[in-house]
Write a protein that binds this ligand. Structure first.
Ligand SMILES: NC(=O)C[C@H](N)C(=O)O
Length: 515
């Protein structure tokens, strides 16, 4: 790899777009640089970052060539035309496998593109490949992937977060300038926090879910994973908007997010009212997380914001409610993986003419991992007659109370802030046998999904005790995604002065491994 090639992987998407527009580089060169980087550091299930489950070098280069030809012909181009991207393996892609990190979908190649994928293709972004994830997005570490975990580029013995650890690690390791993630309870924001990248969960319904393999339909949202807030804004402006093919898609335009990010980057927050959520203020969390959070809040005050403390008392029940609503929805969603129509079919051993039920049982037994089975069992129980009111019904009521807490809070303040996650990246294997400990890490991210509001995680520096990234979360009312971008960009700009440039530049260099 030449030095110049390495350089292109270090640029932000906005910088790459400028370089393409200025004729300094071609999309083929950029795409090849990222493919080289993937080949050098991504490795496989046993070594390297392992952010990708499938790399599509040929497809990406063909898309890059087409982009270069359009540019040469003077055709109208999208701002990100020619800038490569990685896509979480939970979105349908024609011609490329979509496994959702599960054995049950091993080898499945969808016959259609998710709306988000179709938009990326139409805008000319070469798709580098599909990124690793916890099976069906269930998890906070990618250790529940059936294809082996992704490793955190800051320390390969640690988790990159989950479920979208592959997308975050790919961006953090300079394997892709942009990635698509999905966030049901934090799967974009928490990986962002622990890898030092930016992750955004848009307002529920702001980005189409058509072609997204649903984990929990009422919570899932597709969103950007990038290294800067401006890059996330460019990407959400592209993938967002109404889609008649998704019945929950909002038929209303969001304000320009790029404009909001540019405004925030001035670092002036005069007149903004910020609420620190009492229940998520970081008290009792990892000291380095709390310290970086408090310092960032102080910077907001210096930038002219008024900061008050706001209580959202029902948030303390968020995890309990989520881990009933989600299993209920996913147990129903996953019923479709019956090995009859598509996906992996396993014939039961020793049965000569197995019935459909026996094939389904064998396929689901072998095709699903432990965490998926756990949630299917919990969800089936919670929805069963006699228990519905006691569990699912109660959880839905708590959900409403949490949404009301946010409504009341946003009458007092413009945005709410908290640390994104209670700890920095933990060691691989540390929480694998303790599901409740794994779930507890979602405390700060889940409430936004339950309420349908937007949230961003922005890098807030490194924890003193382990030198690992900490995330700062900004939440805003539904449809006010521009506020999370404005404040997120301000935090980024104010903090860049503190640590002297890009946080990721401080990550250790990755050793080259064969892929
Ligand atoms: N899917 C998500 O957003 C992640 C969350 N940790 C979960 O396991 O449900």
């Amino acid at each position: 790899m030449s030095a110049a090639t390495t350089d292109w992987t270090r640029r932000t998407a906005a910088e790459l777009a400028d370089a393409l527009a200025a004729g300094e580089v071609t999309s083929v060169e950029l795409t090849r640089a990222h493919l080289d980087r993937i080949a050098a550091v991504d490795g496989d299930a046993d070594s390297g970052v392992h952010a990708f489950l499938h790399v599509d070098a040929e497809g990406a280069l063909a898309q890059a060539r087409a982009s270069d030809e359009r540019r040469a012909a003077g055709a109208p181009l999208h701002a990100l035309d020619g800038v490569p991207i990685a896509v979480k393996d939970v979105l349908a892609t024609t011609g490329l496998p979509t496994t959702c990190g599960s054995r049950i979908l091993e080898g499945w190649v969808p016959p259609y593109d998710a709306t988000v994928v179709a938009k990326l293709k139409a805008a000319g972004l070469p798709i580098l490949g599909k990124t690793n994830m916890d099976e069906f997005a269930m998890g906070s570490s990618t250790e529940h992937s059936a294809y082996g975990p992704t490793r955190n580029p800051w320390d390969l013995t640690r988790i990159p977060g989950g479920s979208g650890g592959g997308s975050a690690a790919a961006v953090a390791a300079y394997e892709a300038p942009l990635a698509i993630g999905t966030d049901t309870g934090g799967s974009i924001r928490q990986p962002g926090a622990v890898t030092g990248t930016v992750g955004v969960k848009p307002t529920y319904g702001a980005v189409s879910r058509y072609g997204l393999v649903a984990l929990a339909n009422s919570l899932d949202q597709v969103g950007p994973v990038t290294r800067t807030v401006l890059d996330s804004a460019l990407l959400q402006d592209l993938i967002g908007g109404h889609d008649p093919r998704d019945s929950t898609s909002i038929p209303q335009e969001l304000p320009s997010l790029v404009e909001a990010a540019r405004q925030g980057a001035t670092g002036d927050l005069t007149g903004l009212k910020v609420g620190v959520v009492t229940e998520l203020s970081g008290e009792g969390w990892q000291p380095g997380v709390k310290a970086r959070f408090d310092e960032t809040v102080a910077l907001l005050v210096d930038a002219g914001a008024e900061v008050v403390e706001v209580s959202c008392p029902n948030i303390v029940h968020a995890i309990a409610a989520y881990y009933l609503v989600l299993p209920a929805e996913c147990s129903s969603n996953l019923a479709k993986f019956d090995a009859m129509r598509y996906g992996r079919r396993v014939l039961p051993a020793g049965v000569e003419a197995p019935s459909a039920e026996e094939v389904m049982r064998a396929s689901r037994d072998e095709g699903f991992g432990d965490e998926v089975k756990r949630r299917i069992i919990i969800g089936t129980y919670a929805l069963s007659s006699g228990y519905y009111d006691a569990y699912y019904g109660q959880a839905q009521k708590i959900r409403t109370l949490i949404a009301r807490d946010f409504d009341a809070a946003f009458e007092q303040v413009d945005v709410l802030v908290s640390p994104t996650a209670p700890t920095t990246a933990f060691k691989l294997g540390e929480k694998l046998d303790d599901p409740l400990a794994m779930y507890a890490g979602d405390l700060a991210t889940i409430p936004a999904n339950l309420a349908g509001i937007p949230g961003i995680s922005v890098p807030a520096g490194l924890a003193d005790e382990d030198g690992l990234p900490v995330g700062f979360q900004v939440l805003a009312p539904a449809m006010a995604d521009d506020r999370v971008y404005r404040v997120g960009a301000a935090v980024e700009a104010l903090l860049a002065r503190t640590w002297g440039g890009a946080l990721l530049a401080q990550a250790p260099e990755l050793e080259e491994v064969a892929r």
